[in-house]
Design a protein around this ligand. Structure first.
Ligand code: MG
Length: 385
């Protein structure tokens, strides 16, 4: 099958009246990140999705801008009075791009998996429409006024999820033809047009965050999927003639200086490498080549700040760091709390999450001969799911 172009429409026009909050539920944070950002990121991250557009309520422009800041998206379009109208507006907005297929996904389903998205796309090679669904497991009752009328045969009944995928030309034609009908999902629009829609296996985690209980479940799921990552760093700088050294950003009068292209802060270099190591982002020399004159005499805080911003961009937070300086001199103890304060400030974490220790090598080796200072560091990061 030739490569298909695939656009995703995220439907986010709802007012979330069932959620009981003033903020529309799709913009509410889940463990610090707006629900809609989590959802959009899932589609953006899928290798077969070429473009993502969000259909929003006209009142939500500011919320949209702040929730999705920095993501590479097509400009949002406004939805209509109903979900069906909103999807039609989204489909019409793609007329010039005319993707081969389009995925329509609820903004309030942030836990959709790559597998589900891939299954839907793959099924569109066999039919003009596909949707993920799960069989009903509970016994189904029909009731009126609290009284059970009958037990419904649940065989063949499924709970429909999103993303629902369609060949673009088919769904656009079907939606245009169904304008004004009150259909609750896009598969129903296809059914009305007499077009086949395949079922693929959904997943339980792909639930729609609708009630406050769903929101709590979403936060639990994010925390359950949290990852810990650690990185280590090591660095050495040689003593040369001079009057002071800079260690962990603190200048200390000394009988020597440390040699280096920057301010030779061996401790911050090790710590920078530990952070870069934890996110697999190379080493300090890759980001700040010693051959670059910009970094001559630079305060090494700049390097650490850069590593911190990379960690944040990747969605990580720093849990704690541990730095060990290895030298016979200078004495570190008197400067330890100043060093901790500098590091905690640059990392944006509390001082009790920063450790700065010192040791000697009992007169052995290059540090024992006072030829230089070595430092090692460990960084511990948390990434919420
Ligand atoms: Mg260095």
């Amino acid at each position: 099958m030739p490569e298909m172009t695939c656009a995703a429409l995220i439907v986010a026009g709802g007012r979330g009246s069932r959620f009981g909050a003033t903020l529309p539920k799709q913009y509410a944070p889940v463990c610090g990140i707006p629900l809609i950002r989590r959802t959009v990121q899932k589609l953006l991250d899928h290798p077969d999705v070429n473009a993502v557009r969000v259909v929003i309520h006209p009142d939500d422009i500011e919320l949209y801008d702040s929730a999705l800041d920095g993501l590479s998206l097509l400009d949002p379009v406004f939805g209509g009075e109903t979900r069906q109208e909103s999807v039609l507006n989204g489909l019409e907005s793609l007329v010039d791009d005319r993707p081969d297929i389009v995925l329509v996904h609820d903004a309030a389903r942030p836990f959709v998996s790559n597998r589900v998205i891939s299954s839907v796309i793959e099924a569109l090679g066999r039919a003009p429409g596909a949707l993920p669904a799960l069989p009903l497991t509970d016994t189904i009752k029909r009731s009126a006024r609290g009284l059970i009328l009958e037990t419904v045969d649940r065989s063949g009944l499924y709970r429909a999820q999103t993303p629902q995928g369609f060949r673009y030309d088919d769904i656009l034609r079907a939606h245009r033809g169904a304008a004004g009908c009150a259909l609750t999902d896009d598969a129903a629009v296809m059914e009305k047009a007499g077009l086949d829609v395949l079922l693929v296996e959904g997943c339980e985690e792909n639930f729609k965050v609708t009630t406050p209980e769903d929101h709590s479940r979403a936060e639990r799921l994010v925390r359950d999927n949290a990852q810990t990552r650690v990185g280590t760093g090591f660095d050495v700088h040689r003593f040369v003639q001079g009057e002071s050294v800079t260690l962990c950003g603190v200048e200390i009068p000394h009988e020597f200086a440390l040699e280096g292209h920057s301010d030779a802060d061996v401790a911050l270099h090790a710590l920078t490498d530990a952070l870069l190591g934890a996110i697999g982002a190379g080493d300090i020399g890759l980001h700040f080549p010693p051959s670059d004159p910009r970094w001559k005499g630079a305060a090494s805080k700049v390097f650490l700040e850069h590593a911190v911003s990379l960690v944040r961009e990747k969605g990580g937070s720093i849990v704690n760091v541990d730095v060990t300086l290895i030298c016979e001199s200078p004495r570190i103890g008197p400067h330890r709390s100043a060093m901790i304060a500098v590091v905690a400030d640059v990392l944006g974490i509390d001082a009790d999450r920063v450790s700065v220790k010192a040791t000697t090598t009992e007169g052995l080796g290059f540090t024992g001969r006072k030829e230089g200072v070595a430092a090692q560091a460990l960084a511990n990061l948390a990434f919420l799911g």
